[in-house]
Design a protein around this ligand. Structure first.
Ligand code: ADE
Length: 240
């Protein structure tokens, strides 16, 4: 069985969208993964096909109903039961590469896209939905976040990415941000390629790249750097 993603959304027409192009789209056409976008509104039971209601306790906006969401999650799981179910929401656990790797290694994923002000907490608990955020900013809905999550998973599936991307994945596994890249010409608009990269000395090139990756990680992501080098602050103090 191929890796199976089911997306529960009020806007199924948004899918596959970007996932139908480039690497993920090619993999989709090659059946390395399967995608179904399921319309949450299809599980509404009343005459007006309502999927949301006003928040208990008052306040702005609308909340997705637990009965409708539960029926939609149930239908998705019936089509592939051995899959974790997640919900995209800005209040979720931040998405990282280890979560992506864990999901990609499984049978697939059921992804619920949040809309309105939120989803009734009881169905999140009853269905044990893992709440995931793609970053500290607020989107108008979970659909673009679902696309981010799926893209990150799909590129790790067997046979999907090329050698270059595999190397990038490995370098991120090492925990550092990537070193800068250059191609020809050797000088462009008065800017030179770092001479070491044209030297042909493979050991020196590797050393330079490693040093640049470390410098960029320290500068841009002190949080990542501190996790890799828990004693770096002390070491730095001793150097100084
Ligand atoms: N829905 C709205 N904002 C989001 C975010 N930052 N991450 C995941 N889902 C979201």
């Amino acid at each position: 069985m191929n890796w199976h993603a089911s997306v529960l959304t009020l806007f199924p027409e948004m899918f596959p969208g970007p996932l139908g192009h480039s690497l993920a789209g090619k993999a989709l056409r090659e059946s390395r993964w399967a995608l179904d976008a399921i319309d949450i509104r299809g599980f509404a039971t009343d005459r007006h096909r309502s999927v949301d209601d006003t928040p208990c306790g008052g306040g702005a906006g609308m909340v997705l109903r637990p009965d409708v969401v539960d029926a939609a999650v149930g239908a998705a799981l019936a089509a592939g039961p051995d899959r974790p179910a997640v919900v995209l929401t800005p209040r979720g656990t931040p998405l990282d590469q280890s979560t992506v790797r864990r999901l990609a290694e499984g049978a697939g994923v059921v992804v619920l896209c949040g809309r309105f002000e939120g989803i009734d907490q009881r169905v999140i608990e009853a269905r044990n939905l893992q709440e995931i955020s793609i970053g500290d900013y607020v989107l108008s809905g979970g659909e673009p976040a679902a696309m981010v999550l799926l893209d990150a998973c799909v590129r790790l599936l067997p046979g999907v990415m090329g050698a270059a991307d595999s190397a990038v994945e490995e370098s991120f596994s090492g925990g550092l941000l990537e070193y800068p890249h250059y191609t020809r010409p050797a000088e462009w608009n008065g800017r030179a390629v770092p001479p070491v990269l044209l030297s042909g000395h493979h050991a020196e090139i590797a050393r330079w790249r490693r040093a640049e990756a470390e410098r960029i990680t320290r500068e841009r992501r002190p949080d990542l750097w501190a996790r890799l080098h828990p004693n770096a602050a002390e070491a730095g103090a001793m150097d100084g």
